[in-house]
Design a protein around this ligand. Structure first.
Ligand SMILES: [Mn+2]
Length: 293
């Protein structure tokens, strides 16, 4: 769209808003127009809930994913500890958990010192990383903050978030991988990645938008279209119910050996032959519903 087009469209929108305003009970057009514009500038709120299904393993019933929700501060995050460390007797779930605890602490500290300050998720991730320097292991991490009317994220690896508007897919955060099933991962080992690697997507949101944040246990088992179908069927959005429904569907597919999944499709590309089935993994889903304040 050219600048001129966008200026014209904005003018048209203003005229339409003003016309609509004129119809309201005798207030002057200017007053109504002002209040409507003010409404469209108001900060939003993200109401979030999580659902976690660890993969079935006797030695590690809690799995290796971790997450946090800072409800008042409008920040959510998830991390996925890399299982390969178990061969060295290291529990990567502990590292992921420490990253998330540190992140939540940092967010609360920032907001406690100044409730109006925007959260920079990359700085939060950096503080979390520094605070976990004595712990061995590595982990992907994705932190999403709602600042005013914009989602601001920091993401390392193959966790990620998707935004739906009017029950339709709108946006998916990019993943960082070095090869098949080899995501970027934060850690203190020389070969691990550092927080500066994080991608920092920013997505403007509106009232009614639905944010789905998950680890690869979700994203490798459910296609976006399958999440969209679940959301389309939802009449009243309840984040805790939606998170559970999405996680359960991902879990069902993760155990199914005959279905097509994002994981099987990617494997096909790498192996060059047909391969079906899901990926057994810990599944974390956080659903954030964007509402007016
Ligand atoms: Mn995983």
């Amino acid at each position: 769209m050219t600048d001129l087009q966008s200026v014209l469209e904005t003018q048209m929108m203003k005229l339409q808003l003003a016309e609509a305003a004129e119809l309201e009970d005798g207030k002057s057009q200017k007053q109504c127009f002002k209040s409507l514009l003010k409404k469209s500038e108001r900060p939003l709120k993200m109401v979030s809930a999580a659902y976690y299904i660890p993969k079935d393993q006797k030695l590690k019933p809690q799995g290796e994913d971790a997450h946090f929700i800072c409800a008042d501060e409008q920040v959510i995050g998830t991390a996925d500890g890399v299982g390969g460390w178990v061969r060295q007797g290291i529990d990567a779930g502990e590292y992921a958990l420490k990253l998330m605890i540190n992140s939540a602490d940092t967010v609360r500290k920032i907001k406690a010192s100044s409730s109006s300050s925007a959260i920079d998720p990359k700085k939060v991730l950096y503080q979390a990383f520094v605070g976990a320097r004595k712990i061995k292991g590595s982990s992907t991490a994705c932190i999403v903050a709602l600042n005013g009317r914009v989602l601001h994220a920091a993401n390392v690896g193959d966790s990620g978030f998707i935004v739906f508007r009017d029950k339709q897919f709108l946006y998916r955060s990019p993943t960082q991988q070095r090869g098949f099933n080899r995501p970027y991962q934060l850690g203190n080992h020389w070969s691990s990645d550092r927080p500066h690697c994080a991608s920092e997507p920013k997505v403007p949101v509106m009232v009614g938008d639905i944010v789905v944040l998950g680890t690869d246990g979700l994203l490798d088992n459910l296609f976006i279209r399958e999440m969209e179908i679940i959301i389309e069927k939802t009449e009243e959005v309840k984040p805790e119910k939606l998170a559970e429904e999405i996680a359960r569907m991902a879990y069902f597919k993760s155990l199914n050996e005959d279905c097509e999944t994002p994981f099987s499709s990617t494997m096909c590309k790498f192996l060059g032959r047909q391969k079906l089935g899901g990926k057994k993994d810990d599944i974390t889903v956080i659903v954030g519903h964007i509402v007016g304040k």
